[in-house]
Design a protein. Structure first.
Lengths: 259, 359
């Protein structure tokens, strides 16, 4: 007789088999010499550096806005709250490519054009990559951080206030430390999503070699030119960075739970 | 002195209206009431978590209802204690001093004395999640008191504890009241806890203050039928004011087929309810002969052993519903436990009866 336990463990292993199988299938085209050459090429080095820098900048900007927004959504009732909650799903509902197209269209309207000429130029630039990643990750980050803040009982903040803490003192000494695990998880997942972002980046920043060529864009460009071995090598680099960061996050969370 | 004057507040569709109470220094005032009666709503209004629609919340003569929570000089021990699990016990205790940027000399003497009184000196370096329930209660109490509040709000903090630990902490709170002149507002649904810790009691039912005053009065003479029921009075008998005189009434109770002379005023013809606490019903078979004017009933009794005391149900063909009695174990030693025993006599003394208007 098959028990629920066997079915559920079987399903877990099936998940591993699907993703593991897909990664292993890349081995068919993996060439050690090609991997070494791709890994140490200037173009790949540029892509890796650009991807890491853009993802980190976008994540920092995202968390800068998402943290107070998530706290506001988790703690206060205000006019327009429902609308804000709904709009968080926007990047999930429409594809990243559509989101990028919206950004591109925005920069062609009078306000966007003014912004580009007087504040910062986004289209086909590093700022464009950061903006595309920022817009695609913002909704997800707010949602994750909101859940993290909701897990901190309001009662603790009330007690801290009666003990003499001002709202900001209580936020930094009680709420933020208690939401630490959720914040770390939100940071890592936002960063990982920004690192792998493709559609919106392609729309806003284009695919210019050695200029706006992030790792996902580089994979797209290699595949477009039928360079399968190069594509496989880049996928391994992207997957390596992503999985290493997620593993580091898991270790960090496990350790902070036992501190 | 802490005072609430004609306070009205609202929490969603629930409203709390016309609440009045005062707490003198060193006094404990309990707010009791069933679930949903508005106890927590009142507490939230005092803390500043709910807007005050009208009325005043005064501390030391100043209306504090518009003050920020951190400036109200209130201590707060919630039901789940609200200990900061990311901090050690000592850091929890020092939170207030650090938030107010006090120098050690300003808070250490009081903190050290409280630590000594509550015997938590050995716990200071421990993490909160390694403490037992009783230890957590002590830490939460000390943390609230170390801030030097003028009033401590205790929101059912002893609910989750076992009986022994709860009583131990009641004594501790009593000792703190005595030594530190602690003024406190206790929110509870446990009448025993309220009676033990408080000098005054306010009964809230469905957002209304049905009675407030000295605890003995509240216990002996509930102000309404709802209050009487909440306070555990099951022996309630519909009656009518037959005669009204200066300072007393004659109440006619058809159910008991008896007339009682009771204190108070009500016009003749008023529908009332007579009540008597289970411990005030007299067992005539164990040396409590009825007095003139007492209602005497004959019937059978079933005795249930409750440890220190016995609970009894008296059934009589004279009365449609059973009468509940409690007595010390010693007083009921001539009764066999468990079985119905016939031919027993009880009396309902007029002096112990109270009355409320029928609702």
């Amino acid at each position: 007789m098959i028990h629920l336990k066997h079915i559920s463990i079987g399903a877990c292993l099936a998940v591993l088999a699907i993703y593991g199988g897909l990664i292993l299938s890349l081995m068919w085209f993996l060439d050690a010499a090609m991997l070494r050459e791709t890994l140490f090429s200037d173009r790949t080095q540029f892509s890796v550096n650009l991807s890491l820098l853009a993802a980190t900048t976008a994540t920092a900007l995202t968390l800068l806005l998402a943290t107070p927004a998530a706290y506001g959504l988790s703690r206060y009732k205000f006019w327009g709250k429902e609308a804000v909650e709904t709009v968080l799903e926007f990047p999930i509902i429409i594809s990243p490519a559509a989101l990028g197209a919206i950004l591109l269209i925005f920069f062609n309207n009078p306000l966007g054009t003014w912004l580009q000429h007087n504040v910062i130029y986004f289209v086909f630039t590093f700022a464009g990559i950061v903006l595309a990643q920022f817009v695609t990750t913002l909704g997800l980050a707010v949602r994750m951080l909101k859940t993290a803040f909701e897990e901190v009982p309001i009662e603790l903040e009330t007690v801290a206030r009666t003990l003499g803490g001002s709202p900001s003192y209580v936020f930094f000494t009680v709420t933020l430390p208690l939401a630490r695990n959720g914040l770390i998880a939100a940071f890592i997942l936002t960063w990982a999503k920004a690192l792998g972002e493709f559609g919106a980046t392609l729309m806003v920043a284009g695919s210019m070699a050695m200029r706006t060529e992030t790792l996902p864009i580089a994979i797209f460009m290699r595949l477009s030119s039928a360079d399968i071995e190069g594509t496989v090598a880049l996928i391994f680099i992207l997957a390596g960075i992503g999985l290493a960061s997620l593993y580091a996050a898991r270790c960090l969370l496990r350790r902070s739970r036992h501190v | 002195m802490f005072e609430i004057e004609s306070l009205c507040t609202r929490n969603g569709c629930f409203s709390l209206e016309d609440i009045n109470l005062s707490i003198w220094e060193g006094e404990c005032h309990a707010i009791i009431g069933p679930s949903g009666s508005g106890k927590s709503t009142l507490l939230r209004a005092i803390l500043g978590l709910l807007p005050v629609m009208s009325g005043r919340i005064c501390l030391g003569g100043k209306d504090i209802h518009h003050w920020p929570m951190e400036h109200r000089c209130l201590g707060y021990v919630p039901q789940h204690l609200g200990l900061f699990t990311h901090l050690s016990v000592y850091d929890n205790l020092c939170y207030s001093a650090r938030a107010r940027r006090l120098a050690a000399v300003e808070f250490k003497p009081l903190l050290d004395r409280l630590i000594e009184m509550t015997d938590i000196g050995s716990l200071l370096n421990r993490r909160i999640d390694t403490l037992s329930g009783g230890e957590r209660q002590r830490v939460a109490l000390v943390r609230a008191l170390a801030a030097g509040p003028r009033l401590v709000l205790l929101d059912e903090p002893f609910t989750a504890l076992n009986e022994t630990l709860r009583r131990e902490l009641w004594w501790l709170v009593k000792a703190l009241q005595h030594e530190r002149g602690l003024s406190s507002l206790l929110i509870t649904h446990d009448m025993t806890e309220a009676y033990f810790l408080a000098e005054k009691i306010t009964v809230l039912i469905s957002g209304r203050q049905v009675q407030s005053g000295d605890k003995t009065t509240i216990y002996r003479a509930p102000g309404s039928l709802a209050a009487a029921r909440f306070l555990g009075v099951k022996n309630l008998f519909p009656a009518m004011v037959a005669e009204a005189a200066e300072g007393h009434i004659i109440a006619d109770c058809p159910m008991l087929k008896h007339r009682f002379r009771l204190g108070g005023r009500a016009p003749a013809g008023t529908a009332i309810c007579l009540g008597i606490r289970p411990e005030d019903v007299m067992l005539c078979d164990v040396g409590h002969p009825p007095l003139a004017g007492d209602c005497v009933l004959h019937g059978s009794i079933r005795v249930i052993d409750m440890g220190a005391a016995v609970a009894m149900h008296f059934h009589s063909s004279q009365v449609p519903s059973d009468i509940e009695l409690t007595a010390p174990r010693r007083a009921a030693r001539c009764f066999a436990i468990g079985n119905d025993q016939d031919c027993k006599t009880i009396s309902l003394p007029s002096a112990a009866m109270f009355w409320v208007r029928d609702e």
